[in-house]
Ligand binder design. Structure first.
Ligand SMILES: *Cc1c(COP(=O)(O)O)cnc(C)c1O
Length: 383
């Protein structure tokens, strides 16, 4: 195959990253702290409109620390969106807690607020001594969840809210950056995200006590003493000063990356308008601004013979990467015994949904190649 591969979402450097990485080398700050980490944290916090950002080794580590700082222990329950990547839910099990999985609403594809409330009511009634200790809401594919209702429910039942905004840096709800509504938010800078440090994450919050504690826990929980002294279990979760250099450069182009990803979404929408069998994850109202990290489509089997697999295969045959939607956590063998509150929405989406190439570095030629394959394949399958 000699056609250039088109990836789903590949890293897109802005140009200044190497300069900041070079500074880490020339000053010999090759360490999990240093001036790049400080500058990166400042830039992330300012962009998000929040007091504190703590740069960490991954988004997964950020969720783990958030749960630890909330004091969540073995046997506690944590509610989480079922329609997500496993990294949302894995850390719940790291602290021995039980994930309670909540299905999606059709509009945002994110946690269904009605179902969340039903789950809270059911699980806190009766003689169950279990207490729901946290809610992790995900902003999937960059689409903000219904934060009006979710924050209201979390506040009313006094349950701490953690936002998994790993896919949603640059997305806003009512003009406010996702990840800043709850007690803590988490971001990811993994290689496939809207901006990247090759691997990394952040915990963001307005509470200085929590930010200080996250810094302490993520650097092995060293007490303030002349020797190495520890009174708590620590973790090695801090971001490297070298990688933070990539992050500073990436923050300089983040707004452009958001524009480019949104443009991809609107390009696909416009060019696939004539195919009634295709629908999109759209912003469901004025309050929603998505970074459209990935453009996702659903295929209506009543209107076409083309399945998700066939479209994926047709793209793959032209060396174009696409991917099914996240497989809901309650369908994953490893989480099959977790309590689940479901309506079937995420399962239906998983069965007939596809993520299209969505990188901010797609060229016009790339987009044309992709559109040709999709158009040809769909035209063949019309009922
Ligand atoms: C990528 C991702 C994470 C985890 O981030 P890492 O930095 O890869 O650990 C968590 N949640 C969601 C929804 C993600 O997409």
């Amino acid at each position: 195959m000699n056609k250039k591969r088109i990836y789903l979402s590949s890293p897109h450097m802005g140009g200044t990253e190497e300069k900041y990485v070079g500074e880490a080398f020339s000053s010999n700050w090759i360490a999990p702290l240093g001036p790049n980490v400080d500058a990166f944290e400042k830039s992330v916090a300012e962009y998000c409109g929040i007091e504190h950002a703590v740069a960490l080794s991954s988004g997964t580590a950020a969720i783990h620390l958030a749960l630890i700082m909330l004091g969540i222990k073995a046997g506690d329950e944590v509610m989480a969106s079922t329609f997500t990547f496993s990294a949302t839910v894995n850390p719940i099990t790291y602290v021995g807690a039980i994930p309670v999985l909540i299905d999606s609403e059709p509009g945002t594809w994110n946690m269904d607020p009605g179902l969340l409330e039903q789950a809270i009511l059911e699980r806190s009634s009766g003689n169950s001594k279990r207490k729901i200790k946290a809610i992790i809401v995900v902003h999937l594919y960059g689409m903000p969840a219904n934060m009006d209702r979710i924050t209201e429910i979390a506040a009313r039942y006094e349950i701490p809210l953690i936002e998994d905004a790993a896919e949603a840096l640059g997305s806003r709800f009512s003009g406010i950056q996702t990840g800043t509504f709850g007690k803590m938010g988490i971001l990811s800078f993994n290689g496939n995200k809207i901006i990247t440090t090759s691997g990394g994450g952040a915990l963001i919050c307005n509470d200085k006590g929590l930010a200080d504690r996250a810094r302490f826990l993520s650097t092995q929980a060293r007490d303030n003493a002349p020797h190495y002294q520890h009174s708590q279990i620590g973790y090695n979760y801090r971001m490297s000063n070298v990688l933070a250099g990539i992050g500073i450069g990436q923050m300089e182009v983040l707004e452009e990356r958001v524009k480019a990803r949104r443009n991809n979404h609107f390009f696909y929408k416009k060019n696939l308008e004539k195919f009634e069998e295709i629908s999109f994850l759209n912003e469901p109202g004025e309050s929603y601004f998505s970074n459209f990290w990935l453009t996702t489509i659903l295929i209506d089997p009543a209107r076409t013979r083309v399945t998700r697999e066939e479209l994926q295969t047709a793209l793959e045959n032209e060396n174009i990467e696409s991917r099914p939607l996240w497989k809901p956590m309650h369908l994953q063998p490893v989480f099959s015994s977790c309590p689940v509150y479901q309506t079937g929405v995420s399962e239906d989406f998983f069965n007939r949904g596809l993520c299209l190439p969505s990188g901010s570095n797609l060229t016009d030629d790339d987009r044309e190649r992709i559109m040709n394959v999709i158009t040809k394949t769909l035209s063949r399958g019309r009922r």
